[in-house]
Design a protein around this ligand. Structure first.
Ligand SMILES: Nc1ncnc2c1ncn2[C@@H]1O[C@H](COP(=O)(O)OP(=O)(O)OP(=O)(O)O)[C@@H](O)[C@H]1O
Length: 293
């Protein structure tokens, strides 16, 4: 089978070792200015009244928001806020109890296969074929994503370089560390040149050097017209790297907008703490006092 015809400039994600060198020199402010100046066009994602109930637990509660096309967006929230559940429904992996998800005008839950062709997904728990090598795994995902053979070979080479996985390419996945697995999963999420990347905690388990590489790759993807939606617990990273953010807690949207709009005059971390403030950390933990007497 052949791939869909070209739709946006993000279809050709020509990732290479040096792709993001220019972007790497950008300051965070320049990064946000660049995003604001781009003609972002329409919405990549439109979520309306999205709700998920697990028995008596409402994990996501009437979530409505949009992700602009060409944005580098984050969804943040405390543990158990509903981020993974929301991203799973957005990616077509978990059916909503109520509400809708539109991806580039396409209803994800009515046209799941077509919609998924346009998404690259890094799910919460990635299951991989352990007895394949990294290179074989990339080829496998490329074939499942209906990428033609020549493109699989060329893109695999570029992705192995971009994610600094070249020396691991012929090792079995079963022998990969969790960080290497994550990098391979991220690389495979790009192999079909999606228009939107939905990444659940992509920086978890990734060392700072690899995180820098990943940021370069994602910036490059966005600069080519792609859209990124990721979840993260690092407010510093989100403030530095993303241009849009949504804050959720107990499944409900607390704030959304550009990172500057949401944080106002304070850091995103401070704003986040204000929004989701919990009980004082040491309350009720007096028994942890260490006695030196
Ligand atoms: N399959 C499930 N069955 C029952 N409850 C679930 C299930 N999946 C998630 N939940 C509950 O839904 C709520 C949201 O969970 P979710 O994993 O989406 O949060 P999260 O924001 O991704 O959390 P974290 O930051 O800790 O990863 C939690 O209360 C969780 O216990």
């Amino acid at each position: 089978m052949t791939e869909e015809p070209a739709k946006t400039s993000a279809r050709d994600v020509g990732l290479g070792k040096k792709t993001a060198e220019g972007l790497a020199t950008m300051t965070p402010m320049a990064r946000q200015t660049a995003a604001a100046e781009r003609d972002l066009g329409g919405e990549a994602l439109f979520v309306a009244d999205l709700t998920k109930r697990f028995g008596r637990v409402t994990a996501v509660d009437k979530l409505s928001y949009t992700v602009p096309q060409g944005s580098f967006s984050a969804i943040v929230g405390p543990n158990g806020a509903g981020k993974t559940t929301a991203l799973s429904m957005i990616s077509g992996l978990l059916p909503p109890s109520h509400g809708s998800v539109e991806l580039f005008g396409l209803d994800v839950w009515r046209n799941r296969s077509k919609a998924q062709d346009r998404i690259g997904i890094l799910p919460d728990r990635v299951r991989m074929f352990e007895q394949l090598t990294g290179a074989q795994y990339l080829s496998y995902v490329g074939a499942v994503r209906r990428v033609d053979k020549e493109a699989i070979i060329a893109r695999s080479e570029q992705l192995l370089d971009a994610f600094d996985l070249r020396s691991e390419a012929n090792r079995l996945v079963v022998d990969y560390s969790s960080g290497l697995r994550k990098k391979l999963a991220l690389a495979s999420a790009l192999i079909h040149a999606p228009d939107l990347l939905v990444l659940d905690e992509p920086f978890e388990s990734i060392d700072p050097v690899s995180a820098g590489t990943l940021i370069e790759v994602l910036n490059d993807f966005v600069s080519r017209g792609g859209t990124v939606l990721l979840s993260s617990h690092s407010m510093d990273l989100v403030q530095r790297v993303c241009d849009h953010v949504a804050v959720i807690m107990k499944g409900e949207l607390l704030a959304e907008g550009t990172v500057d709009e949401v944080r106002g005059d304070v850091s995103l971390e401070e704003r986040f703490r204000d929004l989701v403030r919990g009980p004082a950390v040491s309350e009720g933990l007096d028994w942890l006092n260490i006695s030196f007497g």
